[in-house]
Write a protein that binds this ligand. Structure first.
Ligand code: PMP
Length: 421
């Protein structure tokens, strides 16, 4: 597909090859496609299952359908698939070497670069994914304080490890015995937990705002972060920011800058290297000693190519006002969708930040309308998700928004026909 006409039309994508491949996968891969990429939590049968290629803000599936991709690989793609600058940096490093018996010099360069960029950070340590880094950060908090309990927000995703996985299988009661939870923005309960477990709380881990799957995103109330930081500082609790999903989309120097607070540790991943596997924990100097004692390693944690890609990604965002660009495009999309829905008498609302909006029909508690809407969008070559926030990249254009809105208009019409409101 190359023009808006086809996308805005009658919902033409078919997914036969995707389905055939999934049948093969189900025989040799548990679950076929597992975790957050599972088509089961999208719109089974009305969504691409496998990609063939990706370029800019689009990907092509194995059936040859092309999609404007508003999921951006669930966040990692931030400056466009195959971004020339990132690919050149990665290729240059690949030729020099990637995974070797000692780290590449690029590791030091990237750490210096991030420490210079992120105001509160005095050091950086690298891994491959968010789960490993959030879990490691908890260990640093425990090593630093000699305490064992951790406070987190109910319903927040921090990774696939036992202390925080949303899954149920394979867990034992002890996995969560040191985890305390409170509801997002409920500072009263937060303080109560701190008082009830005086001297036992090692760390508090939170995302910059609340973006649970299956429901609306919620921004921090005025004063929330100031109070959280004040309590943590007063009680010697290590404040850990999980910026895995949000980094480089809310603020180039880390999401704490947008909400004006100072974490002790912060975990970056996703947009950090435009799709190359890399995560980082950034920290204040007070925690460097504990950080150096908590064992950290992985077979690929020292690979140089993702580190070179990361430097290029962040430079690209910095030099081209990437965050502002994404915000502008996201806002166009946000207002366009709400406007169209309103014209049709539908209650469709977006929440969160325009660079990563969560969208749903407000009269749709079972999310069936959302599923129908996203299936219609998928069929028209627009990749969106009914239960997860979407993502904007700097590769998305005003034209992409225009094409998306054309498809949305037809998709809203289809939802209205099916559900009535
Ligand atoms: N924290 C947050 C807020 C996330 O969104 C994710 C990933 N979706 C993680 C942690 C875990 O990261 P990963 O999937 O790279 O392990």
């Amino acid at each position: 597909m190359s023009d808006g006409e086809e996308r805005g039309g009658g919902g033409k994508c078919a997914f036969d090859k995707s389905m055939a491949l999934f049948e093969r996968a189900a025989r040799v891969i548990p679950g076929g496609i597992y975790g957050h990429l599972s088509p089961i939590i999208r719109t089974p049968g009305a969504t691409p299952y496998y990609a063939a290629s990706a370029q800019g803000a689009r990907f092509r599936d194995v059936d040859g359908n092309e999609f404007i991709d508003w999921l951006c690989a669930y966040g990692p793609m931030v400056v466009g698939y195959n971004n020339p600058r990132v690919e050149e940096a990665a290729e240059k490093q690949r030729k020099l070497g990637d995974c070797a018996s000692v780290p590449g010099g690029i590791m030091v360069e990237l750490a210096e670069f991030l420490v210079e960029l992120i105001p509160f950070a005095d050091w950086a340590l690298f891994a491959k994914n968010g789960s490993d880094m959030t879990t490691w950060a908890l260990q640093v908090a425990r090593a630093h304080t000699g305490r064992r309990k951790i406070i987190m927000v109910e319903g927040t995703y921090h990774g696939a490890h036992a202390w925080c996985t949303p899954g149920h299988a394979g867990l034992v009661p002890g996995d969560r015995e040191n985890i305390l939870t409170f509801k997002w923005n409920d500072i009263v309960t937060f303080k109560k937990l701190v008082d009830e477990h005086e001297g036992q709380i090692a760390g508090a881990i939170m995302t910059p705002y609340h973006f649970p799957n299956w429901s609306d995103s919620v921004l921090p109330q005025t004063g929330f972060w100031t109070e959280v930081q004040a309590v943590c500082n007063r009680k010697g609790i290590v404040l850990i920011l999980d910026d895995v999903r949000t980094c480089y989309r809310l603020h180039l120097q880390g999401s704490q800058e947008l909400f004006r607070f100072r974490p002790d540790l912060s975990v970056h991943c996703k947009a950090l290297a435009n799709g190359y596997p890399l995560s980082a924990c950034l920290g204040r100097k007070e925690f460097k000693n504990a950080a150096s004692k908590v064992f950290a390693t992985g077979s690929y944690w020292f690979s140089s190519v993702p580190m070179a890609a990361s430097m290029a990604t962040i430079k690209e965002l910095k030099e081209n006002d990437g965050v502002e660009t994404m915000y502008r495009i996201g806002k166009l999309l946000w207002e366009g969708l709400e406007g169209l829905a309103k014209e049709r008498g539908l209650t469709f609302a977006l929440s969160g930040n325009p660079t990563m909006p969560y969208a749903r029909f407000t009269n749709d508690n079972d999310l069936f309308r959302n599923q129908a809407f996203c299936a219609e969008m998928n069929r028209r070559g627009i990749f969106v998700h009914p239960h997860h926030n979407w993502f904007v990249s700097t590769a998305h254009t005003e034209k992409d928004v225009e094409i998306t809105l054309e498809a949305a208009d037809a998709s809203f019409r289809a939802v209205k026909e099916k559900f009535g409101d």
